[in-house]
Write a protein that binds this ligand. Structure first.
Ligand SMILES: [Zn+2]
Length: 442
């Protein structure tokens, strides 16, 4: 019951006492609220099936009992359901949609770009009616844990709760810039894109398709790495078929694992963010970047409802939290920074991870390139003014694993952090001020 909460905050175990509200957790999963703004999905005393009716609020049933906080649901189960998208009914995998998708990918090369955009927009037409996950950023998992931290502090008579701060050197949040290379034209643009990023001192990662569309030579891998950028594997054939059947997927996963070795990469991203997190046991790389935060505008709906990295077994998921470039330009027909800034503000409020996918294939026009340069400039300003950590995905993976293994212990009359990488870690304190949760970095 306590496990996911402790892993999220990395706070001392003995300060957290969550217990189930006796006999109240029912077998049926469903939606409920936990406070007015937080949507949860799982087994609880109040869960209901759909999202159409007003949701009952489990917070009304969460009494404090001495130093114990009794919850009418299991927060570890709810976090898993949201992160692993178990609330989504997987309509995308229904047979007819599968057939449409297969024929779309078969015919795609023959479709003019304008017609493809038209199809995309038709596919996405009802997206604004979707109330969950929350657009343009969903923080349900993070907000649920914050609410439980609030209750925990109350149960400790208002004492501050120490925890290992989310990012190294007390940075306020984290950002990664990533580029999926979709075609030979995109590959040709890689050097130019590295120049653009370098002019703002921003290093990024390139995801290369190993087995289709263009040839990945050792020279390309060396060229990217020699300049301090990162290489990851992007899908296998990028034909939208990776998750079609478990047997075929198992074989593809083996090939993907081999390409990750061959590229000397640590990470992976699937084509078009198709995913099935229940199958990730077949993968052997360290980190994945295929799960969107809120996927209303992606071919596969859903979203992991968190702005923090999380583990899927041994794999670290570094979720995609920002709207992709082609979605912004072609679906929303917007070339301003407004949406990206709004998303960044929401994520910074949560001290979370800002993660971009910008395609070298789609920023070759003057207009899109101007927008991208403005974005780089905004990111670099946020780094200077607000202490944002701009890192490579591989660095995020290293840090998040180290933090996960660190211990926060009471020693010589104070809290201290031990473990590999702890010299970069900072103790933070969660407290309640004016009835709101606030953090203080030591
Ligand atoms: Zn792609």
């Amino acid at each position: 019951m306590n496990q996911a909460f402790i892993r999220y905050f990395r706070c001392p175990e003995k300060l957290v006492k969550l217990e189930p509200l006796s006999n109240e957790i029912q077998a049926k999963r469903g939606y409920f609220k936990f406070g007015p703004d937080i949507t949860c999905y799982g087994q609880s005393a109040v869960s209901i099936e759909g999202l159409t009716a007003p949701l009952p609020d489990a917070l009304n049933l969460s009494p404090l009992d001495g130093d114990v906080c009794r919850l009418p649901f299991n927060p570890s189960e709810v976090a898993d359901n949201l992160r692993f998208e178990r609330y989504e009914n997987r309509i995308e995998f229904s047979r007819w949609k599968r057939a449409i998708r297969a024929s779309y990918y078969a015919l795609r090369p023959a479709f003019p770009v304008a017609f493809r955009r038209h199809l995309q927009r038709y596919w996405l037409k009802d997206w604004q009616k979707r109330t969950f996950p929350h657009w343009p950023v969903d923080r349900s998992v993070d907000q649920m844990f914050e609410k439980i931290m609030h209750l925990t502090i109350q149960s400790q008579a208002g004492l501050e709760v120490p925890f290992i701060w989310f990012w190294p050197e007390g940075r306020s949040g984290c950002a990664i810039m990533t580029h999926d290379v979709e075609s030979a034209a995109g590959l040709q643009f890689v050097s130019r894109l590295m120049d653009m990023n370098d002019s703002f001192s921003i290093k990024s990662s390139f995801q290369l398709i190993p087995n289709a569309r263009y040839l990945v030579t050792p020279q390309i891998l060396d060229l990217i790495r020699a300049r301090g950028f990162e290489v990851n594997v992007h899908d296998l054939k990028h034909d939208g078929q990776l998750y079609e059947s478990y047997d075929k997927f198992k074989q593809s996963a083996k090939e993907i694992n081999a390409f990750v070795d061959q590229f000397k990469s640590g990470g992976f991203r699937s084509g078009a963010l198709y995913r099935n997190q229940d199958w990730y046991g077949e993968f052997q790389f360290a980190y994945d970047m295929s799960v969107p935060n809120v996927a209303h505008l992606d071919p596969q709906r859903g979203g992991c409802c968190t702005v923090m990295p999380y583990f899927i077994g041994n794999i670290l998921e570094i979720p995609v939290t920002m709207t992709q470039d082609h979605t912004l330009f072609n679906v929303l027909e917007n070339y301003s920074l407004d949406l990206w800034q709004e998303q960044m503000n929401l994520i910074m409020k949560q001290h979370g991870l800002i993660s971009f996918i910008i395609h070298p294939d789609y920023i070759q026009t003057r207009r899109s390139q101007d927008t991208y340069i403005q974005l780089l400039s905004h990111l670099s300003e946020t780094r200077e003014q607000k202490g944002l950590w701009i890192a490579l995905p591989g660095e995020v993976n290293t840090w998040w694993r180290q933090r996960d293994n660190m211990q926060i212990i009471w020693k010589h009359g104070g809290w201290t952090i031990e473990g590999a990488g702890s010299e970069r870690a900072t103790i933070a304190y969660a407290a309640i001020k004016n009835n709101t949760l606030s953090y203080r970095i030591a």
